[in-house]
Design a protein around this ligand. Structure first.
Ligand SMILES: [Ca+2]
Length: 114
């Protein structure tokens, strides 16, 4: 029991330390050159998904209806709310932005313009 607690505390420390290290470098600059990246939190933070390429992509379940900020390089992208069949937003090329309140956490699919 005591050993399990010690391991749990050690793990919490490692995870916490890792999160702190990420916070120091987190932000839109984490998006690889040439990619379109969507982030679960504001200001290019939180878990990130790199859209694999041009065209329509269904967001992985862990970030579906959770996207709050976007970074684009050379390609514009649109965000689709499948349930309402509605394009909820479009982000121009070479942009790093938080989504507007009416776009935030609504996208199920994205479309990268190429
Ligand atoms: Ca979010």
């Amino acid at each position: 029991m005591r050993r399990a607690l010690a391991i749990g505390l050690a793990l919490a420390f490692v995870v916490g330390g890792n999160a702190a290290a990420h916070a120091a470098v987190a932000g839109y600059e984490t998006c690889p050159a040439g990619k379109v990246c969507v982030y679960e939190r504001w200001h290019g933070t939180g878990p990130r998904w790199d859209v694999p390429g041009c065209g329509w992509w269904e967001l992985p379940s862990w970030i579906r209806n959770e996207v709050s900020s976007v970074r684009t390089h050379g390609n514009a992208m649109s965000l689709l709310d499948v349930a309402n069949g509605e394009i909820v937003g479009r982000v121009r090329a070479h942009t790093a932005t938080n989504l507007a309140s009416w776009e935030n956490e609504r996208a199920d699919k994205v479309h990268v313009e190429c």
